[in-house]
Design a protein around this ligand. Sequence first.
Ligand code: ZN
Ligand code: ZN
Length: 320
Amino acid sequence: MNLLTGIFVFILGGLGLLFLALCARFYFGRRRAEQVWSAAQFPKLKDMGAVKQLSILPLIDDLTAKDGLSAESGVSYLIRADDTTILFDAGLNQAGEHPSPLLRNMEKLGVSLDQIDTVFISHLHLDHVGGMSYQSKRTFGLSGEVVNLVGKRAFLPTEMTHPSADVTVVTEPRIIAPGTASLGPISRQLFFFGWTLEQSLAINVEGKGLVLVIGCGHPTVQRIVERAKQLFDLPVYGVVGGLHFPVVDKPVQRYVGTDNWLWNPANKQTVKKTIAALKVHQPRLMALSPHDSCTWSRAAFQQAFPGAYRDVRVGELIEL
Ligand SMILES: [Zn+2]
Ligand SMILES: [Zn+2]
């Protein structure tokens, strides 16, 4: 064997071992996630109350409603629930810019930092915490340079810190403001990203029911709805956010973020099953984030929920 062949065999062997290690991690992680899910028992969240008004303004996502706004494959929504104003996730800011696309869109949409009292991070993935550098430091950030969040509460789904916000690591479902709760982190093992804890928001709108706001939807929307049903005796009025259906034209996300075996990621059948499961609840509002769902999936939802469906677009207010 000459030197070149030796190097080639060595690299190939290393890659093979790495792949086997990923498979083993995925196998055991997935089993663990199923055990955690089956064992999770939470009492009803009583006395949450309800809000009279709810509006959701997408600040970052894949599509924009108006010229001049920045689009990126991440999530950040401004949620106004009566007197509480929540920044849900912090976008992607892939280039680490300052001001970030999020800050620029906020300015263009007339949103200032002092209007926000609470930050809610769905999960520790780069497209939700403001970029890879924040993800690797287990924190979040609104821009490439420090943005002071003194006096703001931050509800985080896993062990994370922030230099200035008043941080609470959420370990189980809890009320975070009148009419507003975290459903608590739900775990999922992803093939490449590994162990992922994702929390979603539930907002009880008076006379209507729960609006669920979801970041990437890794736990599956079926489980998120099931958790909401465990915690509240309320109908699901709306679902807004990412459900992770990059089944046709988002090949990178399809494989990188899969929670199935690598050779069997989510497909059209998965989307159809999910639609059937959601239809049981007859949501009146179904707003799908394009950041982690492809055009085919969005069209399928649009067809399945006529009258209720809308795309999430930056700058287009969802108001109840
Ligand atoms: Zn995402
Ligand atoms: Zn994610």
